[in-house]
Design a protein around this ligand. Sequence first.
Ligand code: PGA
Ligand code: ZN
Length: 406
Amino acid sequence: MKKIDRIHAREILDSRGYPTLEVEMHSGDLIAWAGVPSGRSTGKFEAQELRDGGPRFDGMGVTKAAANVNGLITETFKRFPLGRQQEFDEMLRGMDGTGNFSALGANAVVGASIAYAKLSALAKGVYLCDYIAGLSGQGRRMPKLFMNVLNGGWHAGNNLAVQEFHIIPEANDVDEAIEVGTALYHALQRVVKGHYNATAIGLGEEGGFNPPAANTREALDLLKEAAKQSGFEDQVRMGLDVAASTFLAEGLYVIDGKKLSSEELLKHLAAIAKAYDLFAVEDPFAEDDKLPFAELKKLFGPSRHLIGDDLTATNPDRIHAAYSDDAVNGVIIKPNQIGTLTQAIEAANLARSYGWLVVASHRSGETEDAFIADFAVGIGADAVKFGAPARGERTAKYNQLMKIFS
Ligand code: PGA
Ligand code: ZN
């Protein structure tokens, strides 16, 4: 088997114009690159990325993380054979020793783990999604697209508390889902312009529109109107990533002009989910506000999905705890929340064993790296979150999906 000859990490820019890590790995004449994503509304229980601090790039530099790759990680893995993903990832965990990668940096670790997977796939001469499928034991299935076409919360400059408003095309194949989703996205631009004015068509951090909608229902009405105008009204459902911890202040949720207790927010969201027949609702409460999750899940029944993201943090222990609490019936899987590919696959497989909806997700800060699309297919994800079908760092993922399934 081929071996690692060289590893080199550097700073590149992410979609917010801040540095992120790129890890380059060589074996003979094969080269792989991994661009590391980064969240803004990160959960408390995520693996810790390493940032430089200080005045440079507002403290967001990643030269220390790069130095960890170019130093310790390179020394450990030079001449390490390719194709032994579990061993590679397990050694990274052992080297770090903190449990949340706060020593090496989760950005350094996920960059190394992904670059190693890409180089191993190249060495084996297989598609990356099939290499990952070999690790997960899952078959290819076409994922649903949760397209984040309207942005709020910390990803946007409007007054919406809810972070993401998804449209979910019902389609027979990826190409059809993309066609429906983009038709709706373009119709939404016209609807937003007509409802407010031309200055309202600016975009949020995941490429969704950023209109000055007054509240959650007004934003969902815009999506409904766009669905109607696109002609695909019967072929779309809607969903939300509430990201509730981002608007929790002094024990109350500040949303839609109100300050709500957990119990009040539960009623508020249950009414919205029913009125708009939402397919999925993610993080409706903060990650340590455990009690209302089970209650809302009961209200939803099996036809609606209650999805954990900050709650579960791609962490098998937290996924198991959420299962014991009967908190959710779906989960977001983001490799950089846990650190290594092996752990992310373990998290996805555990969630699947519970019968949950498995949703593979990008981060709000992204690069042009389309890895997450191959990862989603490789773990047999039921759905994906790649943002809006616009902006290069988002379309890279949709385009990769179209390549895989064509
Ligand atoms: P983040 O947002 O990448 O900023 O954490 C995505 C999400 O909450 O799903
Ligand atoms: Zn989320």
